[in-house]
Design a protein around this ligand. Structure first.
Ligand code: ZN
Length: 273
């Protein structure tokens, strides 16, 4: 499926998180440095803390939070890996294990309360927030309230149109390639990232531009999704200072603002990667 391919690959380029990493990506290299303290020493700390207290009081999210923290119960998730040459997901399978047996890579390095487990995820129905016609999606229980608040605000804003939302989707779609496939979980795997309006906010490489203008971005390499053109599609396009950017950067960072040559316009997450 085209859409699934698109979002799966999108995650293959991001979130070199918490570690110093040099990742070769089909002929070019990204070097990223993101120490934990720095990643969390900004406004996102407050967003996370606020979300945590919301999670504690929301009965809908109390169960998975308790389950994870106690280290009991079963963790189930369906996953796959991204085959770079075939440009598709392979090795689909369902993993079942106890929470106590979760490895470090099965938890988000920036928010360990969010894991690959389905029971750490909460389904959001956009129609309940005023966004009819969009399928439900899942995010980690820690971020349910801030994500809902952002979408509720955007649903009321006539200058904005949301036509797609993607959240939780476990899969190894980033990191080094071994035997043709990616080896690291994307941050969508933990429900700690969201893609908005992918068909108007593509993933670009070769895009180390100082100012994001449609003229500058036109020279970048569009890898996935649709062209980013704020003038042509003002309601769907994510721009710095625009309504979609404003709402989601209250607690996350935008993939269009990460340093270096990759610009993931559709993507918001803890670090932006
Ligand atoms: Zn994404």
């Amino acid at each position: 499926m085209r859409a699934e391919r698109l979002v799966s690959v999108a995650c293959g380029f991001r979130h070199v998180v918490v570690l110093t990493a040099f990742v070769a990506l089909g002929g070019f290299a990204i070097a990223a440095f993101f120490p934990v303290g720095e990643a969390r020493a900004d406004g996102s700390v407050q967003g996370v803390a606020g979300a945590a207290s919301a999670a504690a009081t929301d009965p809908a999210v109390a169960r998975p939070a308790r389950q994870a923290s106690q280290g009991g119960g079963e963790c189930v998730y369906s996953t796959s890996v991204w085959h770079v040459a075939k440009r598709t997901v392979v090795d689909r399978r369902t993993v079942r294990k106890s929470y106590a047996a979760l490895t470090a890579e099965e938890r988000d390095p920036g928010e360990p309360r969010c894991s690959v487990c389905e029971s750490d995820q909460v389904r959001i129905d956009p129609a309940e927030l005023g966004l009819g016609g969009l399928p439900g999606f899942r995010v980690c229980h820690v971020f349910v309230e801030p994500v809902k608040a952002a979408l509720r605000a955007l649903a009321k804003d006539p200058s904005v149109r949301i036509d797609s939302i993607t959240g939780y989707r476990p899969g190894r779609t980033r990191g080094p390639i071994v035997d043709g496939v990616r080896t690291w979980f994307s941050n969508h795997s933990y429900g700690t990232a969201i893609d908005i309006n992918a068909s108007h906010n593509g993933l670009y490489t070769a895009c180390d531009v100082k100012h994001l203008t449609s003229g500058a971005v036109r020279k970048c390499r569009l890898q996935l999704g649709g062209r980013w053109d704020p003038e042509a599609n003002p309601r769907e396009t994510i721009v710095e200072g625009g309504a979609i950017h404003r709402e989601f950067t209250r607690f996350w960072r935008w993939g269009g603002a990460i340093p270096g040559g990759t610009k993931d316009m559709m993507h918001f997450s803890i670090t932006g990667y």
